[in-house]
Design a protein around this ligand. Structure first.
Ligand SMILES: C[S@@+](CC[C@H](N)C(=O)[O-])C[C@H]1O[C@@H](n2cnc3c(N)ncnc32)[C@H](O)[C@@H]1O
Length: 310
């Protein structure tokens, strides 16, 4: 029986960056929508173009559930949904240089200054989009806010990576989303901005593929050594690790080490599990609170193993 999470991607289950072939079990032209909301656009695209792959990013769980239900009802095999912040996913989770196009339909304009951090149109965000686009790939914006579109155009220009098209007012073709319908019925104007990636932005924050985050220790371990480094930041490149405290299991030979990691400015808090096996100790991420397997997370496992090793 198909499950309604069949189209859902839990990125913590995968080695990052993700790979298109792993997500869809095939290659093929791939497209991304950032902030799909009701999911109307992605659903239509996936239905009309069965030969292409579609990935949607959303912050809202309710939106994800809605689209997942529709995808299951329609039996769509070419659509994947991630519940994730696009700012993080573009840089660290999605496959680099993999998408023919990125769509942004009516992103929240966040006009107030104090919310400007959330606005997805600054130069840094445009650079992040360039990470996932193939060279020649496009970024298409539909919005009801001319200011937002103008700001995005100047951010795109400032990267020197894109060929920025002219802004189209009230384009003949729409995207048929809930927000488009809302603004049209309110009599607002719609703006479309279409740009293509001319340069490539190789290397910007992209994760290198590394070994799986677990270690085997064949000898006995010394957990007291860990006490000396509690709360002491361990820094390597852009990664920071801190071990906070340890819980010992009452029933088996195992420990849980509470850990904080930071990759650039992305922090995660989780547990690393040390468990006695027949052939030694296994140091691995605890399955309860799974972090994204970033370089700092892998560093934490590696360092913990080397600290407690006798
Ligand atoms: C105004 S709605 C537009 C929804 C839909 N595209 C439409 O046209 O009807 C903007 C959507 O972007 C999502 N969003 C905002 N910031 C986001 C981020 N950083 N990452 C992913 N989604 C985001 C919001 O949750 C919201 O559903």
């Amino acid at each position: 029986m198909d499950h309604f999470l069949g189209n859902f991607i839990d990125a913590t289950e995968y080695e990052v960056p993700l790979k298109i072939e792993e997500l869809f079990h095939r290659a093929g032209p791939s497209f991304l929508e950032i902030g799909f909301g009701g999911g109307e656009f992605l659903l239509q695209m996936a239905q009309n173009r069965p030969g292409s792959n579609f990935v949607g990013l959303e912050l809202s769980m309710v939106s994800c559930q809605k689209l997942l239900k529709s995808a299951l009802r329609e039996g769509l095999k070419n659509l994947r949904v991630l519940l994730i912040d696009a700012q993080f996913a573009l840089e660290r989770i999605l496959p680099p240089a993999s998408f023919e196009g990125v769509y942004m339909n009516f992103p929240c304009p966040w006009p107030k200054k104090r919310h400007s951090q959330r606005r997805l149109n600054d130069r840094e965000f445009m650079e992040k989009v360039s990470i996932v686009l193939k060279r020649g790939g496009f970024l298409q914006l539909y919005t009801d806010s001319e200011d937002f579109a103008l700001e995005m155009a100047s951010s795109l220009e400032s990267t020197g990576l894109y060929s920025v098209g002219s802004m189209e007012k009230n384009p003949s073709e729409g995207v048929n989303t809930r927000y488009e319908a809302k603004w049209l019925s309110a009599g607002r104007e719609i703006f479309r901005l279409y740009s293509t990636l001319e340069g490539s932005h190789a290397g910007y924050g992209i994760l290198k593929e590394e070994e799986m985050p677990h270690k085997w220790l064949s000898d006995e371990i010394d957990m007291e050594k860990l006490e000396e480094v509690y709360n002491v930041p361990i820094i390597e490149g852009e990664s920071l690790v801190k071990f906070l405290r340890t819980f010992k299991s009452m029933v088996e030979e195992s420990y849980l080490v509470e850990t904080i990691t930071v990759d650039n400015d992305y922090s995660q808090r989780f547990y690393i599990n040390l468990v006695r096996k027949e052939t030694g100790w296994l140091v691995q991420l605890d399955s309860q609170a799974k972090p994204f397997r970033t370089p700092a997370v892998k560093l934490a496992v590696k360092r913990l193993a080397s600290i407690v090793q006798r």
